[in-house]
Design a protein around this ligand. Structure first.
Ligand SMILES: *[C@@H]1O[C@H](CO)[C@@H](O)[C@H](O)[C@H]1NC(C)=O
Length: 498
């Protein structure tokens, strides 16, 4: 008995060692897996579309919605995206989503292959709307359709929506520099995406970006003051608007190479937060992203006064890399970056993207990040980012993919009205406000699979409850997916990086 046990435990050991060394050299996922995830991550945006759907709409369970948005205010605000599991069009997260989708295409579009067209369509669905929202600039920018308090009191498909579609705007008297500057960033980043394929659209985007930025900068103030009851606590600007002003100027500078914006960054950078370290890149706080974006100008062109952005990007990167002197991030036992209990994966996807974008800039300039006495290479950053992506796709203790429709086990009860209520095509009769709650509270899986949606994610102990009422963990959002599109595209081209 004893010797048999020894032999089998020996065999087991050899097997394990072989497996472990295999794991070191191969990836949990292949390029084909990343391609599939990339396609799905973009397809998700079709499920979030508001407005009149085109004939090539692939998320076929959806129908037209919000077709008279803006009409009672004599403005055409049809289109754009619902931010998450409700039917509100919130300007700040929509613009941020767009900026990051565009950045994904700018940085990693060359690895998107047959998905490049879909990614650009996802950007354009939003920029067509943002251009409409900006038609009244220089005096006004429309920043939201629907009051979330009334919208949330129903559980309705977008196609049935009958709650008031109030329109909210910012103006010289009631400014909103964060939402306006983020809109400017989105338009400017998108102008780069369409520069070659649609030059006149690109020019229109860039000119509108400049106009909207000028409005944001000249009339400074936060939309959380005048629109508090409908933007807070949902998308309250907790970090203020300085970060968006610097971010917006940086994107216009990148898109236009116009020296006015370079001068703006050089003279206002310190006032607008260039000197602060911040480690949460999100729809609210743009500081870490701005530093990475501007460090490109330093690394590749040695732009005067931009060294500080490289230094702060290094601080940001070092905070994420275990073992360096300035390491301070929190990871779950299973290795997931953990920032907070609500929609944690938004920080994971945005961080993975920044790690990869920064790795790109470092590689193209032969540089490295400096963490105290040690150097962190582009390869180190890629390893770190890949771990986070792989965790989301299913390489985690729960063996669960947090992307809907990807892998064998994925969230079935996501907190999303359209996905959880029967499709308008399967059930054409109206399902009124209160009649929808039976679907919220039902134990059955969502009837419409919102393919590609990444949900809020597991808790600090890698645990989750697949429960539709658990919006912190099981609600998707456009800004969780947007930076993931870029990260996945990178991995399609570089699947076996360790
Ligand atoms: C550069 O930007 C400024 C400010 O928006 C604008 O007035 C100027 O016309 C732009 N210059 C060029 C060459 O586009």
């Amino acid at each position: 008995m004893a010797s048999t046990t020894n032999t089998s435990s020996m065999k087991m050991k050899i097997l394990c060692l072989t497996l472990c060394s295999l794991v070191l050299f191969c990836s949990a996922f292949t390029s084909k897996d990343y391609s599939e995830a990339l396609e799905k991550s973009i397809l998700f945006f079709e499920g979030q579309r508001s407005g009149k759907l085109p004939s090539n709409q692939r998320a076929s369970w959806r129908g037209n919605s919000g077709l008279s948005d803006g009409s009672s205010y004599h403005v055409d605000l049809v289109g754009g995206y619902y931010d998450a599991g409700d039917n509100v069009k919130f300007g700040l997260p929509m613009a941020f989503t767009t900026t990051l989708l565009a950045w994904s295409v700018i940085e990693f579009g060359s690895s998107m292959h047959d998905q490049l067209g879909n990614a650009k369509a996802a950007v354009k669905w939003s920029t067509d709307y943002l251009l409409k929202a900006a038609t009244a600039t220089p005096d006004t920018l429309y920043v939201q359709v629907a009051n979330p308090n009334t919208d949330h009191s129903c559980w309705e498909r977008p196609e049935d929506m009958d709650t008031p579609r109030n329109v909210y705007k910012v103006s010289a008297q009631n400014p909103g520099s964060e939402v306006a500057a983020e809109t400017a960033a989105a338009l400017a980043a998108a102008s780069i995406v369409f520069k070659e394929s649609d030059p006149s659209y690109s020019t229109k985007l860039l000119h509108t970006a400049m106009k909207v930025f000028d409005f944001a900068d000249r009339h400074r103030g936060s939309y959380s003051d005048s629109l508090s009851s409908v933007v807070c606590p949902f998308y309250c600007s907790y970090s203020g608007y300085n970060d968006e002003l610097l971010w917006g100027a940086s994107w216009i500078h990148r898109a236009s190479e116009n020296s006015s914006y370079l001068a703006y960054i050089q003279s206002n950078g310190h006032i607008l937060g260039a000197d602060n370290d911040d480690y949460s890149f999100s729809w609210d706080d743009k500081r870490a992203g701005t530093k990475v974006l501007l460090s490109k100008s330093f690394l590749e062109k040695n732009a005067e006064g931009f060294q500080i952005y490289k230094a702060h990007s290094d601080n940001y990167i070092c905070s994420l890399i275990p073992g360096t002197s300035s390491f301070q991030a929190q990871y779950t036992p299973g290795g997931l970056l953990y920032k907070g209990s609500s929609s944690n994966l938004q920080y994971v996807t945005s961080t993975a993207f920044l790690l990869l974008a920064y790795a790109n800039y470092l590689s193209s300039s032969g540089g490295a990040a400096t963490c105290g006495g040690s150097k962190v290479t582009a390869e180190n950053l890629i390893t770190q980012a890949k771990k986070q992506v792989d965790y989301i796709l299913g390489d985690n203790p729960a063996k669960m993919s947090y992307m809907v429709g990807f892998g064998e086990k994925y969230p079935q009860h996501i907190h999303h009205r359209g996905s959880s209520v029967p499709s308008i095509h399967a059930h054409p009769g109206r399902i009124a406000c209160n009649d929808g709650f039976q679907y919220l509270n039902s134990g059955s899986p969502n009837p419409n699979v919102l393919v590609g949606a990444i949900v809020g994610g597991p808790d600090s102990g890698d645990k989750f409850a697949d429960d539709r009422n658990n919006y912190q963990q099981f609600e998707p959002a456009t800004y969780i997916n947007a930076p993931f599109v870029g990260a996945l595209a990178f991995l399609v081209g570089n699947p076996t990086t360790k």
